[in-house]
Ligand binder design. Structure first.
Ligand code: PAP
Length: 331
């Protein structure tokens, strides 16, 4: 059984120094695989996590108390989390900066700072923040699979917005992103090797298909609670999807707002071009060390053709067909 590593050359969020006894004990009993960035992945409740991330999951499960008015953004990694955070933040706060748009927080803050992750930020390192002082509705984000959500999320009336992306582009985006996070001395991950792992379900918060299906089913059973979105649909019909989102979140656009082009304004503010060209996103860093610019690469649908061979594409398509068979979900 591997012992958690303490390498200092890893980004902070992948270091193991702050693990609790509970987490260390748990890790010794969990299935393990080679990680894409850190040395190991551990499988907890059916999904793969790095150890520090797992600590965040446990602390969040133990301490997060959802409120009925909360909105939780849930994504599979690399499916447009940064974009969704920006859009939902802009939607909720659209009245505050209408008179002085230059003061909009999205112009000087990365979306990840404005809508924090539960397990990767608020509850990281076994921190237990006091979130009761935040004004409601509170906006949080997570990559947690449905099965691992804190019980209060399921038991309360809080709403979940789930965003995913076709598995080929998700995989390619993840490959690029994790290569940037790997310590220089480790080099780039072999594409063939990590594709094989992805197909076996061994990826950050994977299996990808189980993650998606968990929320797909929940959105079918509880459409008032879980909204299911795809990155491709957001790209294709941004105005339609953002209007749906505003309605789901309880802040629909008024006819006057529609006329005044408020939706267009939000989409422009949150577009790949606008956000990626802001100074904060070009030169800033997360407190855990990742550069904000790593979250803006190309932002295109179908980008996987630029990296995957026909054989790799076929393999991912076949697995996707097989896994989603009977679910009515298609990518
Ligand atoms: P995360 O899950 O680790 O937070 P996430 O934001 O989902 O990351 O992934 C970044 C992807 O969203 C990148 O995709 P790519 O690698 O295929 O290029 C990134 O380019 C894309 N992205 C970031 N911001 C936007 C945006 N404003 N509009 C559209 N796509 C975006």
């Amino acid at each position: 059984m591997p012992t958690p590593q303490t390498s200092c050359s890893l980004p902070k969020y992948l270091q193991d120094d702050g693990l609790t006894e509970e987490c260390r004990d748990l890790i010794t009993s969990l299935p393990t695989e080679r990680g894409w960035v850190a040395d190991h992945f551990f499988q907890y409740q059916g999904f793969w996590h790095h150890s520090r991330q797992l600590q965040g999951v446990l602390t969040c499960q133990n301490h997060f108390h959802a409120q009925d008015s909360d909105i939780l953004l849930v994504t599979t990694p690399k499916s447009g989390t940064t974009w969704l955070k920006a859009i939902t933040f802009a939607l909720f706060n659209r009245w505050l900066y209408a008179d002085d748009p230059q003061q909009h927080p999205l112009l000087t803050n990365n979306p990840h700072e404005l809508v924090p992750f539960l397990e990767l930020k608020l509850y990281v390192d076994n921190q237990v923040p006091d979130l009761t002082t935040l004004t409601s509705p509170r906006l949080f984000a997570t990559h947690l699979p449905f099965v691992s959500l804190p019980t209060s999320v399921k038991d309360s009336a809080c709403k979940l917005v789930y965003l995913c992306r076709n598995p080929k582009d998700t995989f390619v985006s993840l490959w690029h992103f994790t290569n940037k996070l790997r310590p220089a001395e480790k080099g780039t991950n072999s594409l063939e090797e990590v594709l094989d792992m992805f197909c076996r379900g061994v990826s950050l918060y994977g299996p990808f298909w189980d993650h998606v299906l968990g929320y797909w089913k929940a959105s079918m059973e509880l459409p008032e609670k879980v909204m299911f979105l795809k990155y491709e649909e957001m790209k294709e019909q941004p105005k339609v999807q953002v209007s749906r989102l505003a309605e789901f979140m309880g802040c629909p656009f008024s006819p006057e707002e529609e006329k005044e082009g408020v939706v267009d304004g939000i989409l422009k503010l949150c577009s790949f071009d606008s956000l990626s060209n802001l100074e904060v996103n070009k030169s800033g860093k997360m407190s855990s060390g990742e550069e904000y610019k790593a979250f803006f690469r190309r932002g295109e649908v179908g980008d996987s053709v630029n990296l995957l061979t026909d054989e790799m594409t076929k393999r991912l398509d076949e697995i996707t067909d097989e896994k989603l068979h009977g679910s009515a979900l298609k990518f």
